[in-house]
Ligand binder design. Structure first.
Ligand code: XMP
Length: 510
């Protein structure tokens, strides 16, 4: 296993995912984790992430000094490389030739880290500072036209620094560099493979739960469905679940999830049709935060009622949740900027039930959850759907949620997603969805003037939803989608494509 010390980079989770993709466990710890916190994992190596700060500041953030004396290899990436250089006696300067984006590095020697790479390789930079003078004992291993020490190492101490980012896709041989670090430098063991993890999860769930019973709410999203399926395999009849139909799901979603629930042969999963309740409580509400609150509370209310009435004869001790790794381990930067932009993540159940919380997927990333779902033989189409927010379509209807508006949005969204799937574009996108704007504009259809709604189409690429870029969509595909929506969805006469990044915009509209 490998420890990633997080200096607030938006890429820290990406580093951990790259390592896990190579079959090695990776855990993210705060940048100043103590020696004993690190060593209790018995890691084969440590990676220092990048970060937005500058080591040229007087109060620069740094790891514990003894991180370089643990007797295991250390790889510093970007800020991590600069902090290593500075703490060990080198000199870092603010860059005058600021290197950003794609660059070509020239390798000076084929050290272990760069085994199998060509003399010149494309890599990706994102920091202005650079290591001006190496600490003693270090050698320069790669450079670019403006950055002499683009990579450096101290072989005897197994310390490596790279000024560029091997974790991003623009660094073509990034995965090879990680693989060299893991298996050649650190001699790490492969201890993170989904089929074996499934077996481990099953046996530890059995052991933890024993004869007790577990309750769980199923939202229709991937995480809760995979968690429920895993639990069902582990404890069968001791699992009791409720699939809450909020009426805010996408077209055919309820039917698909219900079909899967039946197919999996769950013993006791109830389908609670609460769509009317949700709609009534949302009536007249326009404020996004108010909507989120109402939906969260209504969801809990429906779930609580089921627990209190339908499951009261069972010795329930646990409440299972589909929490995943990034929900638990926020990046250091995210923790610092604690002010919430939206009251996200889905309200916890009141504590008065006194249940112990069970989080079977707490150590997994989304793509690992999906692979686990495939191991559990859930259908790919369900597993690889784009993420969908808890409050559902309610936060994609700007303004009041009504049945008619839901209907319009569902139809437009279904056409959009159908075309994206048919053209193969769907897999290139992190999230794509339609939004209904509370505006009417004038149009002309045949000979008649129309005065109808606007649909906005959103499609973004992202690593984890924290930042996002708008997806460059082929024109002819956009045209086909727009034509179909205006022709087929009653009440819509105009379609817009959103070209805003996050930040400054958010992914969802509310
Ligand atoms: P924003 O709109 O904040 O979204 O850029 C970032 C990611 O979070 C999802 N999202 C939510 N998920 N409950 C959820 O479960 C929420 O209230 C919520 N709001 C946004 C959003 O879909 C995107 O993936």
């Amino acid at each position: 296993m490998i420890i990633v010390l997080d200096f607030g980079s938006q890429f820290s989770h990406l580093i951990a995912r790259r390592i896990r993709d190579l079959g090695v466990r990776a855990e993210i710890l705060h940048f100043n984790a103590l020696r004993q916190e690190i060593m209790k994992w018995n890691p084969a190596g440590v990676i220092l992430s990048g970060g937005p700060r500058s080591v040229c500041d007087i109060d620069y953030i740094r790891p514990q000094q003894d991180v370089f004396e643990l007797g295991i290899p250390v790889l510093g990436i970007c800020y991590g490389a600069q902090v290593m250089a500075r703490m060990l006696g080198g000199v870092v300067r603010r860059g005058d030739a600021r290197e950003y984006g794609r660059e070509i590095i020239t390798l000076h020697q084929k050290n272990d880290l760069f085994r199998g790479l060509l003399k010149r390789e494309p890599v990706w930079f994102s920091h202005g500072d650079h290591v001006h003078m190496l600490p003693s004992g270090f050698e320069q291993t790669a450079s670019t036209g403006v950055c002499a020490n683009a990579a450096f190492s101290h072989y005897a101490r197994s310390l490596y620094g790279v000024q560029f980012h091997p974790e991003v896709v623009h660094t073509k041989k990034g995965s090879k560099i990680f693989s060299n670090f893991l298996f050649t430098v650190c001699k790490a063991k492969k201890d993170w493979q989904i089929p074996q993890l499934k077996e481990q999860f099953l046996s530890s769930l059995k052991e933890e739960i024993g004869d007790s019973h577990v309750v769980m709410a199923i939202s229709g999203g991937v995480d809760s469905l995979v968690a429920a399926t895993l639990l069902h395999r582990a404890i069968g009849k001791q699992l009791h679940g409720v699939f809450v139909d909020t009426g805010l799901l996408r077209k055919n979603e309820k039917e698909e999830v219900a079909r899967e629930i039946n197919k999996q042969g769950f013993h006791d999963i109830r389908i609670a049709d609460a769509s009317q309740t949700f709609l009534e409580r949302l009536s007249g509400i326009e404020d996004p935060e108010e909507k989120r609150k109402i939906i969260g509370h209504t969801f809990i209310h429906v779930f609580e009622r089921t627990i209190a009435y339908d499951f009261k004869q069972f010795p329930v001790r646990f409440l299972a949740q589909g929490t995943i790794y990034p929900d638990r381990i926020e990046s250091a930067e995210a923790l610092r900027s604690a002010e919430k932009i939206k009251s996200h993540h889905n309200l916890a159940l009141p504590e008065r039930f006194g249940f112990k919380i069970l989080e079977p997927l707490r150590d997994l990333y989304k793509d690992e959850v999906r692979k686990l779902g495939e191991e559990l033989r859930l259908p790919k189409k369900l597993l690889w759907r784009h993420p969908f927010p808890g409050p559902g379509l309610a936060i994609r209807i700007v303004g009041e949620v009504t049945n008619a508006r839901l209907e319009m949005l569902r139809e437009a969204d279904a056409i959009y997603v159908e075309e994206l799937r048919a053209s193969g574009e769907y897999q290139k996108i992190w999230q794509a969805f339609a939004v209904l704007l509370p505006l009417k504009t004038v149009g002309v259809m045949g000979d008649a003037r129309t005065y109808e709604h606007i649909i906005a189409l959103r499609a973004v690429t992202s690593v984890d939803g924290m930042t996002a870029d708008w997806h460059r969509m082929p024109d002819e595909l956009l045209e086909r989608i727009s034509n179909r929506i205006v022709r087929e969805v009653k009440g819509v006469n105009r379609v817009l494509y959103d070209i805003t990044q996050k930040p400054p915009a958010t992914i969802e509209y509310e």
